[in-house]
Design a binder for this molecule. Sequence first.
Ligand code: IMP
Length: 439
Amino acid sequence: MFGLGWGDEGKGKVVDLLCPAFDIVVRFNGGANAGHTVCVGSETFALHLLPTGVLHDTAVGVIGPGVVVDPISLLAEIDTLAGRGVEVAGRLKISERAHLVLAYHKIEDQLSERAAGAEGKIGTTARGIGPCYADKMRRTTAVRFADLSGDKELTPRIRRIVEAKKASFAAMYGEDGGLSSQAVLDDLAQVAERLRSHVCDTTRFLHEAIESGKSLLFEGANGILLDIDHGTYPFVTSSSTGPHGIGPGAGVSPSLVTRLIGVSKAYATRVGAGPFVTELNDAVGERIRQRGREFGTTTGRPRRCGWFDAVTCRYSAQLSGATDLALLHLDTLSGLDEIGVCVAYRCDGQTVRSLPASVSRIERAEPIIEYLPGWQEELRGVRQFEDLPKNARDYVDRIEVLIGVPVTLIGVGPDRSQTLVRGTLRALVKSAEPVGSEK
Ligand code: IMP
């Protein structure tokens, strides 16, 4: 399960619906930049690093080698859940190969964004994601969980890394960020102590689980348009956000993955900087933002909102080989006279149907919008696809044709129960009412 847009597609809800059918839920990319909001009854949970599976006491959550883990943020998340009665002891496994996001990564993220200025900044979540992945690729300044277990070399190495970071920040940004190696070492001591029981060889754990017939759900974070290789570079995150990230990020071959559920909203959103061809800077965009509660889970930033973009969604669906399309927030579009769908771009005098690589080219693109009639009815009480207003059904059908992937899950509200599930996906969504037409 993975996002087809720029993150925030509603993956938290989908993964939460799927969890009861799986033994193990695996995060394989990103870090605390992700924000999954899950509504369970009257309770709302916002998860950043923990796999959503941990909300279900039968599932084991795995943080794979491809995730960059801010251990302080992870401990805070574990404590918050414990305060609300959700214990992860014995059900959370962290790869010893995973890299740690440390204080200097977050400082570098902030300093580099500030130095880039309004024009040049990426609009990151400031969670240290890019700097940590950069250290991982550089290989000489990285720290992995495996390094925490009694490596005598760690303390002098951390001191050397922190001194090098301070010098480099001072040279590049004119300040050393107030870094202290002792503070980093204190953090690490706390982390080593409290997370020790969770750290293991998750790759071996997953392969043994597969051999013994256990079912695995891979929970993609961020979204394919934020993918480091395939997204709207450079306005992307620093990991492989689609199913192609499962191999390196979890240590499991993609050939073992049997179903690929791509998640999108019934409209488009984006946070941070970067091109967004269907963006609506008007009252309709504001209406979508308010009705859809489009404010970031991780940063609280208002999300940019726009019409559904079939160009980007088809691109992401093809790239990921999606077998199912989960279309969320259909209810948010109620009350509009007409609803736009972008079917192609007009760019440099040409009609473009695939996402250009060049950001400046995407920025010059104009959306070619097809308008479909809207519907006035509220959808939150609907439980069968056939009971949706005709214009809502036609809207879903049109998206299905444009993307070329069956829409097997439709969100009509934030709660688990406000979900229409179709066809064979019903077998995987045990907690939702079996509804809708065959797919
Ligand atoms: P970073 O991942 O913090 O480096 O941010 C890079 C870009 O990805 C920024 O535009 C962020 O707003 C965006 N981003 C990263 N993770 C998410 C997510 O889970 N949802 C939405 N946007 C995200």
